[in-house]
Design a protein around this ligand. Structure first.
Ligand SMILES: [Zn+2]
Length: 209
């Protein structure tokens, strides 16, 4: 293949990679626990895998907890593994209303000044002082994906979701670049419902600026 042809093929491949659909990951309410909180809730039970998630090493655990707020409670909220340095609870705005707490929109890990909540299992209880967030929508990707797609870590982009009768463009979608992360657009259940993204055949794409 001569140089001109090679360049043409490379450009074509890159163009296709740039517009390829983003796998959509809908996050149901869930929590992450630190070692100490896990041991108080499940003192005699090793953390075990129920289902692996798309992101390498991440899994839904067999363990779940009940969240209790001033107005209500939510049972069987799934624990995601592995354990982290800080406990964090991720819920939707609808969940926050049901529990009766005012929860800010945050990126995962940014929990300073967030409200707490009571966690309980059949074996124990933990009163979290802080750590409840509504997760800000984001796209995980590897440094190579970021290079190909022409975006950088921390950038806010638009994502168009095409679905049956509820197509929607999401703004304020944060790019999160990390080694070994798979390309995945993360939204919560409120966002998925609003855009019909929980239905088969929905397609999400980065909107070119
Ligand atoms: Zn995520």
């Amino acid at each position: 293949m001569d140089k001109a042809n090679l360049e043409k093929v490379v450009t074509q491949v890159l163009d296709e990679m740039r517009v390829r659909p983003l796998p959509v990951g809908v996050s149901s309410r869930h929590l992450h626990l630190c070692q100490a909180d896990y041991e108080r809730l499940f003192p005699n039970e090793p953390l075990s895998v129920k289902k692996n998630l798309l992101q390498p090493g991440q899994f839904a655990a067999t363990q779940s907890v009940t969240l209790t707020g001033p107005k209500g409670s939510l049972e069987r909220v799934r624990l995601l593994g592995p354990l982290r340095s800080k406990s964090q609870v991720e819920i939707s705005r609808s969940d926050a209303r049901l529990l009766g707490i005012d929860v800010p929109l945050r990126l995962s890990g940014d929990i300073a000044g967030t409200p707490g909540i009571r966690l309980s299992s059949p074996y124990g209880e933990v009163m979290l002082a802080q750590g409840v967030i509504v997760a800000k929508r984001h796209i995980h990707m590897s440094p190579l994906d970021a290079l190909v797609m022409g975006v950088v870590h921390g950038q806010a982009v638009n994502v168009a979701v095409q679905s049956a009768g509820r197509s929607l463009v999401f703004s304020d979608v944060m790019i999160r670049v990390s080694e070994a992360m798979q390309l995945e657009f993360h939204i919560d259940t409120d966002e998925a419902n609003a855009a019909g993204a929980d239905q088969p055949g929905c397609v999400a794409r980065l909107v070119r600026p």
